[in-house]
Design a protein around this ligand. Sequence first.
Ligand SMILES: *Cc1c(COP(=O)(O)O)cnc(C)c1O
Length: 398
Amino acid sequence: MGVYEELGLRPIVNAAGTLTRLGGSRMDPAVLAAMAEAAASFVPIDELQEKAGAAIAEITGAEAGYVVAGAAAGLSLGTAACVAGLDVAAMDRLPDTAGLRNEVVVQRGHRNAYDHAIRAAGVAFVEVGYLGYPGAGGTYPWQIAAAITERTAAVACPILDTPGTVPLPEVCEIAHARGVPVIVDAAAELPPRANLRRFVAEGADLVVFSGGKAIGGPQASGILAGRADLIASVALQHQDMDVRPETWSHRALVEGGRLGGVPHQGFGRPMKVGREEIVGLLVALRRFAAGSDEVDLARFHARLDPIERALDGIRGVRVSRHVPPGKPVPLLLVDIDPVLVGGTAYEVVNALLAGEPPIAVVQSWAERGLIAINPQALTDEETEIVATRLGEVLRAAR
Ligand SMILES: *Cc1c(COP(=O)(O)O)cnc(C)c1O
C-alpha cells in the first residue's frame, strides 16, 4: 500500500496542470535524490541560501537571488523588504507599518486573489486606473506617477494580460524616476524559459516565480530574483535569527555600521524553507533552464495525441488544440454539447473525479461547455488512462 492509500486517499491522475491545490508539479528523480541527500547532513542555511542565490542570479540575470517557500511567500517577503530595507527597527515592527512607507501602488486591472500575499506585509494598496470606459478600461501612465508619494514602498505588477494596463518597462521607468522599486508576480509565467530573464531585463527590482509549477521543484518552493540590497533585507527577515551578536556569522554588518543591530526572528520566519527545498529547487531550476521550450512543446503535443484519438467520432464532442499566446504549453480543448452528450462539462468533470482512478481536468471554461487536458503533469501511462476514461465518460453520459 502506498502512503496515500494508507491514509485512505485515492491518488489523482492530474490532467489539470501544475495546480497547487493538487500538489503542483511532478519532481524528477534527480530532484528527489538531491533532496534526500541534502536532508542527510547539516549546513548553515545562510550560506546555502547565498550559494543558491548566486545560481539564481546567474540564471535570471538579476543582481541577487533567494529561495522562498513559494511565489506567494516571495511576494510577502519582497514587500517587507521594500518597506523595511536594512532598518532593523522597522524589521522588528512588521507587519505593523504605521509611520513607515506602507503603500503599494497597483493598477486596478492587476488586482487578483494572490495579491493578498503583498497586503500580508502590512501595506495598503493604492489602486489606479479604470476597469471600464474608456475603451476596455485601463491605466494612464500619469495615474501611476501621481499615486507615488513619500509613503510608497513599491509598485506591484503581476504579469496579467489585462487590456489597457501600463506595460512593465514603462511602470519601471515611472517608479524608478521616483526612487520606488517594482515587484513582479511572475509565479506562473514559465515557460517560456526566456521569462526567467525577461522581467529583470525590463527593469523589475524583485521578481517571484513558483518553484513548484513549471520548474518542477518542491511544491513549497519559489524564487525571488532582484536587487541585492532588497534580497539582503529578505534574508534578514526570513532566516531563523536565534543568534548572538558576538558570534553571528554576519556580525561584520553590525560592526561596520550597515545594520543598527542584529534583527531577530522576523516577519518572514513563518515562511521558512528547509535545506531539502533549497537544494531541490536549485537542481530543478538548473534542469529547467537547460531544457528547451520546443522540445517540451513537441513532447506535450505527443502526450495529447492518444487522448485526441480516443475522442474521435464521439457524438456531441469537438476536440481542438490550443496553445495560449506566449505560453508554449498546448491544451486539448474538449467542447461538450450537453444535449448530444447527455451531460454538462461540469458533470463530466465530476464523473472523472468520482471514477477509478480519479482524474482531474482543467475546468476554467466549464461554464462555456469546455473542459481541457493539460499534459504538463501527466506521465505516458497516465495519458492512456485519461484517454480511456474520458472516452468512456463522454460515451456513457448519453
Ligand atoms: C501560483 C501563483 C501564485 C502563488 O505561487 P506559489 O508558488 O504557489 O506560492 C501567485 N501568483 C500567481 C499569479 C500564481 O499563479
